[in-house]
Design a protein around this ligand. Structure first.
Ligand code: CUA
Length: 308
């Protein structure tokens, strides 16, 4: 089933330290714009109400003062305030949890660095510890994407050949929606991400669980998954499936949504996705498996949902 979102996705309803600073800056800029607009309207009404001509000297002073000097002063002020925010927004927190996120066609490859220096690969969902800064590194293999969770922080481009950084520090628990904010192809608008903010202990427990291999390693669903070649693209740790082209599915059943934030995560949606991903997300790299008998799709979907 297509997922329709009521999740928070507003830069004006911040739930992260960077988003709070940005919302504050927006508030000041909006207030300033209103004041300047009112001043211009008052000046305009004033000139309409006057019969007599201004002296050329007064007119030039108004044009130079209001049209050149005033904008330079105001815009320089705004630029200074915005630049003064940058060092904090870009600071790299020492000892922070590190997450690498890579933009793919059209999903997000996510890698968490574990406390022992190892990495675990996930997809399309990140979880964050409440009140702790997280060091996010973004990159892309082919085209430019832009990673943006409006409630938590500003947006940052994912540029092939570059590693950009962003710090996420959530200030309240909840689930917040991220999007790709740079047109990247046919299904750009279907490239979403869930960011779930948990308290510290729940976060550690979740990360520990995600690192474990799949619990279910024997089932007809898995046999069908392997027999149909799904393992050429997908990994299920603990099974022979070790493909790296598509999302890691080791714990796919535990994710909030499917298909990069666009489907509810249940066996029915999994079945729909296996049968016709191209109909749901045009030009996605995954081929359609509409030729499979319904019972085989059902068994594969049930198996994938069991991967908690
Ligand atoms: Cu990725 Cu737009």
């Amino acid at each position: 089933m297509l997922y329709s979102s009521t999740m928070t996705q507003s830069a004006l309803d911040p739930a992260g330290t960077a988003a709070e600073r940005i919302a504050e800056l927006f508030g000041w800029m909006a207030a300033g714009a209103v004041v300047i607009w009112l001043a211009v309207v008052i000046l305009f009404l004033y000139t309409l109400s006057r019969e007599r001509q201004h002296s050329p000297r007064a007119a030039s002073a108004l044009i130079v003062g209001g049209g050149v000097i005033f904008p330079i002063v105001v815009l320089t002020g705004v630029l200074m305030v915005a630049l003064s925010l940058l060092p904090d927004l870009l600071a790299r927190p020492p000892g922070a949890q590190q997450i690498s996120i890579s933009g793919e066609q059209w999903w997000w490859r996510v890698r968490y660095r574990l406390p022992d220096g190892e990495h675990v690969e996930l997809a399309n969902e990140i979880r964050l510890p409440l009140g702790e800064p997280v060091d996010v590194i973004v990159e892309s293999r082919d085209v430019i994407h832009s990673f943006w969770i409006p409630s938590l922080a500003g947006k940052i481009d994912m540029i092939p050949g570059r590693r950009n950084r962003l710090t996420l520090e959530a200030t309240r628990p909840g689930t917040f929606r991220g999007v790709c904010a740079e047109y990247c192809g046919t299904s750009h608008a279907l490239m979403r991400l869930d960011a779930v903010v948990l308290d510290r202990d729940a976060f550690r427990a979740w990360l520990g669980q995600q690192r474990r291999p799949a619990l279910v390693t024997r089932s007809r669903g898995l046999d069908l998954f392997l027999a149909n070649g799904c393992s050429a693209c997908h990994t299920i740790r603990g099974t022979p499936a070790a493909g790296v082209i598509g999302p890691d599915l080791t714990h796919v059943g535990s994710r909030q949504r499917l298909g990069a934030g666009i489907l509810t995560n249940d066996p029915h949606s999994l079945g729909q996705w296996i049968r016709a991903p191209q109909a749901i997300k045009p030009d996605v790299l995954m081929p359609s498996f509409g030729m499979l008998p319904p019972d085989e799709v059902r068994d594969m979907a049930a198996y994938l949902k069991s991967l908690q």
